[in-house]
Ligand binder design. Sequence first.
Ligand SMILES: [Zn+2]
Ligand SMILES: [Zn+2]
Length: 693
Amino acid sequence: MWVEPIPGEALESWLAAMATRMDATWGELLDAVLPTCVDGTAASYRGAVLTTSLTAQERQAISAATTLDEGQLDSMTLAGRYGAPLITTDSRTGRARTPWGLIYRQRYCPLCLKARPGRRKLEWLLPWMFICVEHRCFLVDACPQCAQLQTVFDWFARRLYPHPDRCDRLVRTSTPPHRCPARLARARPDKLREGHCVLSMQQRLTELLAMPTVDEGVYHRAPVRPEQLLIDLHVLGNWIVKTPQVPELIQVFGGRPTAHEVGKWVHRLSFPALPGQPGSHQAGMPSTDRIALKAPAAWVAAGVTAALVVLMQPSLHEAEEALRTAMPSIGTRELRFRRRKSGIVSSPAVNAMMVKAKVADLTVVQQLRYRTTTDLPQLPHTVRYAGMNPMFHAVPTLFWQEWAFCLDIEGWMWGVTRQLWSRLLVTIGCTMAEHRMKRLLRSTVGAQSVAQFAEGLRTLPYWDSIVAALYRIHQHLQANPPPIDYQRRRMLNYGGLLPEAQWNHLVAEEGFRSSPPTAEAAQLWLTEQLSGAPVATGSLHDRIASTDRVRGTLTPNLVKKLDAVALEHLESQGISGEPTTWEPPLSVLDGVSLPGVPAKAIEPQKIHNLLAAGLTIPDAARTLGVSKWKVRYQIERHPMPADLVASRPPKRIKGRTAIRDGERIQLEPLNDARSHPSRGLGDAYRVDLRTAV
Ligand SMILES: [Zn+2]
Ligand SMILES: [Zn+2]
């Protein structure tokens, strides 16, 4: 009673062939080959459970009963042949789970069934198999007579003879229930010419899925596992088949869209009329998953073939062009990264290609958001997840100065420029609305300015380097989160930080005296240092001048003490282990040629000498031919030695002020009059009292 398994046969098909040979019902056969209970019967199975995978006991029992080698038995099951993670066994139903979902149906080749009646191939259960390569025809989904999709549930019933050559529909309404008598071999095969793209892509897919990783075509830069390839084909194929453009599809397949060919594909892609349903409507399935488990072979073929043709292009650019051919509507589609419960998320390579196909329609800010100039553009997170963007914790509202100097853009106020750089940096990969981002960052810069700034950048000759630098910084910060949580710093209360008395005391310890405006400026300056965000109070003009006086008062000792004050404040707010300020290493930008030069290129000694000679910071900057902010930056990090500060010559006095014994009076110009022509000279000078050592 021996029946030889045919190559690639499914386990239950072979068992059914044995039952047929022995003239046994399916139940009698199972009782003979499976482990049995006390009553002598085997457990009842519904659906292709044995073909999914075998337990050790089942394997042993079948092997003992049939003398077929255990390894060979396994190769006739989905789990044994394809294995995890392509195929896993669903613990509840015992059926096979694939990246496309739970297998519940099977296709068949009518020509194979004609040649070997009743013998079904294992691969017909795989939802991504749509072609019989041997016969160059589409697999068939439904019974030629009752149009019932061939499922796996009613494959065989215990009390019936298997009849594996017949439609597996069980007519339960009749007593006793019987199977649909239609022979599947009667179905009309839909053949393809030799070398057709659909044939070769089916073969290519089988080969790719057998490899440990896929690194061909667009995956060259970002290889994926075979199961991810299936997910990508699912996502992309669905897009393409959702609104199939038949002539374009034929072009993607490398054919000519003749009337005959178009007619053939229109027929294949139309929804087959179901018996008992009104008319042969073309509405198709309401489901969005057109190439998933429910879809007929031709649909899956069209989607998967077109998607695979696109994915196997030698470069992202060519893939993007092929995608635009297959899907002319791509430009109008919204792209967004979605986390799905199902885990169906397309791979970086596919996302990159989809973004590339849209670049022409994107604004500069959107281009940054999608990282379009990188090798692998990425989809941003959805709005819902944007708030969890770790970059908000990694980026201060006021961009790190040294990096801003390297990026160096003229024409914007420094305090604004720094905010703009930070805004652009957090825009990368983030879909948060600009007004929300502004509020979250406690920024003073509106969306309009961000867009204007970005558009302006694009016109610059070194735009590409600037973008490369921003991506580089973004990547660095993601991989190496800063020691400071800037989001927490922004929200902190700085109310009690450095009261006037404390500042006066600290300055007095250095042998100087300060004025109330300078004390206030010192407090605001320290707040800004700690919070990384702008403190918006009063006139910016006066602020800068007062803060320059703070900078002129700084000595190495005072800087240390201020640092201690800052740390104490952080600790009082429950933050420990963070430095007061931090800057990422400039080396991150090595190799990117940027227009600006960092402030560290200016020797502190030179600045000290100029200030000691009585020059103001703006004057010193003009003398050195560098930006005022670079001088400010350097003097904050390399304060003047105390004796130099003390030896600075007194200035002309304007207005009345009381001078006590041992006091020298010093005036500093607040700002160069040129930048504020509206201001009278009288306002531009303030008195600063200082005690000589
Ligand atoms: Zn065949
Ligand atoms: Zn039928």
